[in-house]
Design a protein. Structure first.
Length: 403
């Protein structure tokens, strides 16, 4: 098969979507399929790319599209917020760029978000199946980030985008049963239109990177807590810092590394100082040696307020580490409380502090949980499982399209 993978988000994408795309593309190519990627560079002066090679300038199309969108909204919906005007302009420009591709040559178009799904549904040949993977609830993420409230037009606009994107796809992949239930209830989507296919990891490649020496110097006499997550409101770092402040009052034989960067780094650094966590909590930014850092960790923590199936948990499990996670989203499908890790109610720093204290006090239990965690991960997360299920879904979509 010849497959087009595409996303509206700026290339190169980061976080879980980046990991998913990498494992999916590499795996499909190993199976003998031909895979192209279509996306866009960041900014209004960026370009649209195929396989990271620029093919079109946004500036060659966007001013015209912006003019048309602005005129239409001024006449039909003058109260439209500027943020929605910009997103509509960006989506229509993305759609116009997609129309320049020779889409007839593909067997499958696989989108990674609802916005690209809407765009491709309007320009693709009817004979080509449109598959989309929904990686989470974008509306809920923006809400948690404070972009809008439930009474704002932006809330209703974003929910309509999500609903429409799922409906326009011939079939939608979701990584967790939690997300399928959420979308089905919220948008009245038939269950048969959504297939649960958990993410997978190339375990051999991960272990190869894990065996390398971490470039970050670790203190040998402290219990090492690691939180691998972008510095974003939805990841719950404020909850973690509050819990660590409580932990510090109980014991001081630990340090915590925050791996990743993001829009609230300065806010978190300021909070860390106010809580007296200097010398305990270290912001180390984005890292290329995350697997080898995880190997040296004693405990891995992810305090998300919203999440789906975070790769950070999968990687920590493969590294054989006990994980302390919130019960946000699909995470409880990944961790069995007191068997492969510890789970606490999202937002509850007191309970997170209790779990961290328990693990610091009992190194033997840390080892047991870590072994159980790795055993589960080796069975559950091989990328071969994800690839087999995804190819089966492609094949079924092609058969349905020809009938």
């Amino acid at each position: 098969m010849k497959i087009l993978l595409t996303t509206f988000w700026h290339m190169p994408v980061t976080g879980g979507i980046a990991s998913y795309l990498t494992h999916l593309k590499n795996g499909l190519e190993r199976l003998g399929h031909t895979v192209d990627t279509f996306g866009q560079e960041k900014g209004v002066k960026g370009r649209y790319t195929v396989n990271a090679v620029p093919i079109l300038s946004k500036q060659s199309m966007r001013p015209f599209v912006a003019q048309v969108v602005t005129r239409f909204l001024r006449e039909q919906a003058p109260e439209t917020p500027s943020r929605i005007k910009v997103q509509e302009t960006d989506r229509y420009t993305f759609e116009l760029a997609a129309s320049y591709l020779d889409l007839e040559e593909y067997d499958i178009i696989h989108c990674q978000d609802v916005i690209s799904t809407i765009a491709f549904s309007r320009v693709k040949p009817k004979s080509i199946p449109l598959v989309t993977t929904v990686h989470g609830s974008y509306t809920d993420e923006l809400y948690l980030m404070g972009v809008f409230t439930e009474s704002d037009m932006g809330w209703h606009y974003q929910r309509e985008q999500e609903s429409r994107g799922i409906r326009e796809a011939d079939v939608t992949i979701v990584p967790t049963h939690w997300l399928r239930a959420l979308l089905s209830e919220r948008f009245d989507i038939p269950a048969h239109k959504m297939e649960v296919i958990p993410y997978g990891i190339d375990i051999d490649d991960f272990e190869k990177h894990m065996s390398q020496t971490a470039k970050l110097k670790m203190p040998g006499n402290k219990t090492l807590i690691v939180c691998p997550a972008r510095l974003d409101p939805v990841k719950g770092h404020t909850v973690l810092l509050s819990a660590l402040a409580q932990l510090k009052r109980r014991r001081t034989d630990w340090i915590c590394l925050l791996l990743g960067d993001g829009p609230i780094r300065r806010k978190l650094e300021s909070l860390s100082r106010r809580l007296g966590l200097e010398g305990r909590v270290f912001f180390v930014g984005n890292r290329r040696d995350v697997p080898s850092i995880l190997k040296q960790a004693d405990v891995v923590v992810l305090p998300s307020l919203q999440d789906n199936q975070p790769f950070a948990v999968m990687e920590a499990q493969l590294a054989g580490k006990p994980v302390v996670v919130s019960d946000a989203g699909g995470i409880p499908e990944m961790v069995t409380h007191r068997k492969t890790g510890l789970v606490f109610p999202k937002g509850k720093s007191d309970q997170l502090a209790e779990h961290l204290t328990t693990l610091l006090e009992d190194p033997g239990w840390r080892v047991t949980l870590g072994k159980n965690s790795r055993s589960w991960a080796l069975r559950q997360w091989p990328s071969s499982r994800m690839l087999e299920q995804t190819v089966d879904l492609y094949t079924l979509a092609l058969k349905c399209q020809t009938h």
